[in-house]
Design a binder for this molecule. Sequence first.
Ligand code: 8YV
Length: 322
Amino acid sequence: MTRPRLIVTRRWPAEVERALAERFDVSFNDDDHPFTPPEMQQALASCDALLTTVSDRIDASVLRTAPRAKLLANYGVGYSHIDLDAAKACGITVTNTPDVLTDCTADLAITLMLMTARRAGEGEREVRSGSWTGWRPTHMIGTSVTGKTLGLIGMGRIAKAVAMRAQHGFGMKIVFFNRSRLAPEQLAGLDARQCDSVEEVLAQADFVSLHCPGGAATHHLINGERLATMRREAFLINTARGEVIDEQALIDALHNGTIAGAGLDVFEAEPRVSEALLTMENVVLLPHLGSATRETRVGMGMRVLDNVTAYFDGRTPPDKVA
Ligand code: 8YV
């Protein structure tokens, strides 16, 4: 019996690649470069399932040619790089990898919160450059995190894991905005107050952390007007998707002192990062490391394997999103 043909758009952890190869006729993108649109089109035309990541762009133009692939299995929880409507119109199933990366991504949001508040990036640069002159009472004074207010935009799995850490680890007060009303039993034992608007969260938070999906509905949700409603001492943290923030408006806000700083793991045009951000001391910049631990990346791969296996066994994949 011929085995389903899979194409994996990037290199994955070795044990996941081995597990995939045991069950499927699979090829990997050996030099690990992001596919160009013609390469993507070619891949979609020559496999039964494409195993994709955030660095791909699967829009209506590459799907237009009625691809052979009938499954797009995403290695990640966010799938705003896939045009879901176009995929549905082509009869393509789409899956993602929730849960397995929740803790890891929450850890990174907390890392960014602490790094920005305590000026850790700036301090490390000072030590490495040899310009540190020694301890003094007024040197590199940051902001305390303990007891402050954390505002969350979006209250899904990752936001709840961030809130848990912030509340139990740092005694923080939690306020949040979520599109739908959450009942107390949906808050996993958190003491958190739901606000009626994004602005209400921004106006009172010392730290604002973004946890909404990307895509058209949240494009530039954090724009110049909303940044202006934040407190001048507040920090903005983004481990969600770059497009949720208007990057130029953020640069202006940082430049004008509208907010105190930002911790960013994602950017509008990855891997390009605005030149202005690179020169700002009050900004911590990470290269999309949210899920980047060995354990999590293997867990994500195994979750993709479960979805692909279910699909080709004729079952509904456990993480079907379309
Ligand atoms: C993933 C992420 O590593 O899962 C997500 O949505 O943002 C990352 O943590 C990335 O998407 C890989 O596709």
